[in-house]
Design a protein around this ligand. Sequence first.
Ligand code: TIU
Length: 224
Amino acid sequence: MEQKTMEAEPYELEFDPKKTALLIIDMQRDFVLPGGFGEALGNDVTPLQATVAPTRRVLDAARKRGMMIIHTREGHRPDLNDCPPTKLVRGRGKTRIGDPGPMGRILVRGELGHDIVPELYPKPGETVIDKPGKGAFYATDLELVLRNHGIETLIVCGVTTEVCVNTTVREANDRGFECVVLSDCVGSYFPEFQKAALAMIKAQGGIFGWVSDSKRALAALGAA
Ligand code: TIU
């Protein structure tokens, strides 16, 4: 057992890198780049781009340490059988999941837009979880994979902070996993949601987990 300490709020996090996974949520072109699902929903995607560089630094450190690395992608089967009809129609947007977009069919598995941005692309041996929902535990084998590897703590990066990151952290918390969310490695289309979503996690003594940042995470991983 190797105990490390990460400076964080509401207080420092003790973790064993061998029992810790880096979880990078939905860093897909559809959310991060112009022309994807995020923009189709009416959002400005530029704030999400700022998360790529610090996330890459943490990813490099985790790779160097040989930590477990898990990437998730939100998306659906080409026949959309796994997409709730409610999800398809909500928002009354002109462009919907499954429609053709500039990077292929929106949020459909196998399409360019559904895949992870090149800077953070999974290496062989890293786990990729395809999820139909916002939470990474819902209708996936993520929990099984984590338990099989003895993972107890999750270092969480990805987008968007108040949607897929928050949903996943809440799911993880209920399953007994400790989560630390890195504030500069998670992004929202809405500055006020970014602030609130991070505040919610660490409030009440860490009701859902911890909040730290890439600098403090890299220091804890010995990569500062
Ligand atoms: N719209 C939005 O903020 N997010 C999503 O739809 N999915 C994720 O957060 N990945």
